[in-house]
Design a protein around this ligand. Structure first.
Ligand code: G3I
Length: 345
């Protein structure tokens, strides 16, 4: 309770001294002010076609997560064929601009190419496919990709294992095998598990932590957990977020806030981006930064925003709704959420 009061007090002080505004009057750099990496999910088409997009990506972030091009449907579209065109291009950009790369994602049940979805083979065949997929990609970028979401979204909300195509064909052991294959491919890469709602569901979070604690006991390398944090100004509350971050850190995992966006319209109403809504979004941003700063430095893998500007957000197209979930607006201008981040980082 005291922690919550302190947090609220800090935010109120922040609010009175620096009322939310649409610009910060300064052209700061998020990553230059932070004591841990500040990342963004990048879309290659936007990076290559929008000067504003590229300027923000280069000046504000020092960690890059490819939004889609490392996913199986893009990088491994045909059996035995890998599409390195866009991934090599992204790696060149990140090398040129000295940015960390976080690989997303090797084993997921979404965005799979047709040949995987329709593959008919034995358990051994599927295991071989999974091993070849993981190790071909990781080997190409060995030593150049700092961390990987080896497995993404493998748990249901009730804490049971999702019955994904990988589990159906390989069995429950597919997760352990995926991390062992990954460790063989690049022993120095940090290996993460990544999922959504870990910040809102103690049940799901406990199941994930218990599962990977047990894998660790079996000698499987797992360095961190990615909490995607696709949240809104309505839910979860600041204290739930604090509990989730502390819970993961207390189990000795690096904590990656891996896909942060803060919806201001979770119910899909016909809204405009009012000062009040953007102020609420900014205050929640501030609370997240204050909580994240409480973590031991060794666990602060970083905070990654899931997109550069509101116009790039997956939320609008996926849910077909008005929303303003990111740091920059449709004209690539900083929002109060950005100003609060610059103030508190
Ligand atoms: O590449 C095709 C293109 O050829 C086609 O013309 C176009 C129009 O249909 O679609 C393109 O594919 C889209 C793909 O993004 C690449 O842009 C898919 O339709 C679209 O569904 C896909 O959405 C991505 C989504 O994952 C897929 O589930 C989002 O951009 C991406 O932000 C989102 O990211 C996920 C994380 O990886 C995991 N956590 C959840 C998060 C949000 O769903």
């Amino acid at each position: 309770m005291i922690f919550r009061l302190v947090t609220i007090t800090l935010l109120l002080i922040g609010c009175t001294e620096h009322p939310a505004s649409t610009t910060c009057g300064q052209t700061g750099s998020l990553y230059r002010q932070a004591s841990y990496p500040i990342g963004v999910a990048l879309d290659m088409m936007e990076l290559n076609s929008s000067a504003e997009y590229q300027t923000i990506a280069t000046e504000q972030f020092n960690s890059i997560t490819p939004e889609n091009i490392f996913k199986a449907e893009s990088i491994h579209p045909e059996r035995g064929f890998y599409n390195w065109l866009e991934t090599d291009s992204l790696m060149s950009y990140c090398e040129r601009t000295q940015k960390r790369v976080h690989g997303h994602t090797l084993i997921w049940h979404v965005q799979l190419p047709e040949w995987i979805r329709s593959f008919q083979g034995t358990k051994a065949d599927w295991e071989l496919h999974m091993k070849e997929h993981i190790q071909t990609i990781m080997t190409r970028y060995k030593g150049k990709i700092a961390g990987w979401d080896v497995v993404n979204e493998a748990f249901n909300e009730d804490g049971t294992l999702r019955n994904s195509i990988w589990r159906q064909h390989i069995g429950d052991s597919y997760i352990e095998k995926a991390y062992r294959f990954a460790r063989e491919a690049d022993p120095n890469a940090l290996l993460f598990y990544n999922d959504y709602n870990l910040e809102v569901s103690p049940t799901k979070r406990a199941a994930v932590i218990t599962y990977f604690n047990n894998l660790r006991l079996r000698g499987v390398k797992i360095d961190g957990i990615g909490l995607q944090m696709h949240i809104s100004i309505v839910h979860p509350g600041s204290s739930e977020i604090a509990s989730a971050l502390m819970d993961v850190s207390a189990n000795e995992y690096k904590v990656h806030i891996s896909e942060l966006d803060i919806s201001v319209n979770p119910l899909g109403k016909n809204i405009t981006a009012t000062t009040e809504l953007l102020g609420e979004q900014a205050n929640l941003m501030g609370a997240i930064l204050l909580h994240y700063r409480q973590l031991p430095l060794k666990h602060r893998y970083g905070i990654t925003f899931w997109g550069v500007s509101d116009r790039n957000s997956w939320i609008r197209s996926t849910y077909n709704r008005i929303d303003y979930p990111l740091l920059f607006d449709d004209n690539y201008q900083p929002k109060p959420m950005y100003c609060k981040a610059i103030e508190l980082l």
